[in-house]
Design a protein around this ligand. Sequence first.
Ligand SMILES: Cc1ncc(COP(=O)(O)O)c(C=O)c1O
Length: 399
Amino acid sequence: MHSQDNSQKKWGAATHAIHGRPDKTYLSPTFPIYQTSTFAVAESGDFAPLLEGTAGDAFVYTRYGNPTVANVQEKLAAIHHAEVGLLFGSGMAAIAAAILSQVKAGDTVAAIRPVYGGTYAFVNQMLPRAGITTHFITPEQAYEIEKHVPNANLIYFETPANPTTICIDIEAVVNAARRIGAKTVIDNTFASPINTLPLDWGIDLVVESVTKFIGGHSDVISGAVLGRAEHAEALHQQLIYYGGCASPIEAFLLDRSLKTLKMRVLYQNDQALKIAQFFEAEPVVQRVFYPHLPSSPDYLVAKKQMVGGSGVMALDFGSLEAAVAFVDALKVVVNAVSLGSVESLVTIPVLSTHARVDDAERLLARVNPGTVRLSIGAEDFDDLIADFEQAIQKIPVTA
Ligand SMILES: Cc1ncc(COP(=O)(O)O)c(C=O)c1O
């Protein structure tokens, strides 16, 4: 008998990800898609308890809540050791909601660079319009926040950071934030909850671009915010009043993705480490950045806070010409932005994600013209290595 008790915190991530809400009607092990915008009441008087939230496990309107979406939210919260989890229409919607749930006009946000380009633009352009002062700081400045932005109300960061997997010490940021009474919001997209559980390190809110490792099949755009119960109301207001809710059909796809999340990410960790070692031994690659490579400048931090190094690495081919020759010769790996999917994906940041980023910003992000971001999928290891070997042969010797 399939019975629901996913509140058992002793369960591991895979068990929570597989066993969510039960289908009480037909006992289907797959939770159904409630593809509906609204839910009926038997009598008009039944609306009052629904609106007050005292009607138990009942739903009014899908922007406020939906069973298929709730199933995924509950799974994500359990996996993240969170008390509240909310699903949004994209990672960016989740990032905006997490930040705006914590600050108001007159407050100050300190964001640690580098961050995903969309986040940079949101913090740099949108927050000031809402009367919020923003500062971009280095990880080292964040560790001594009282010297650099002592009036920060919120510290925002991502680790490993897009696109070159710079790792930021979560514990050091949390300690610094606590010294000045600031809140912390982290983007955990590159790590995924299989590699890092930021709430266990004392982070206030975690965001995930669910589009990436959690979705894992390049077919869903979604985001999530996870945190403690004290933040539930403020987050829910962001969801219902800005309206960036996730759709039931996407939640259904995510429910299916979650069931294989742990095995996918562990496999991707394993493949990526071996592939990073392969590239490290290739003279044509000048530098490999992968969190769990001992040569990584972030190795100690990554080992402390990440179970595995994740599926993403950055390679420096020394010149744009060499990077383009390599990427254009790949036959198995797909040349597309995004990451974390079962298909291996590759992109040249200066031609895609960082095309409009200035030189100073690129330098901070360790992005050179020859940088290639590679997200390892779930293909056969030997096929990937063969693809890389033949693509390396296509790099002109003069490049
Ligand atoms: C680290 C990181 N955070 C957030 C986002 C935004 O997520 P979404 O595209 O789901 O809005 C991305 C997208 O590439 C990302 O790489």
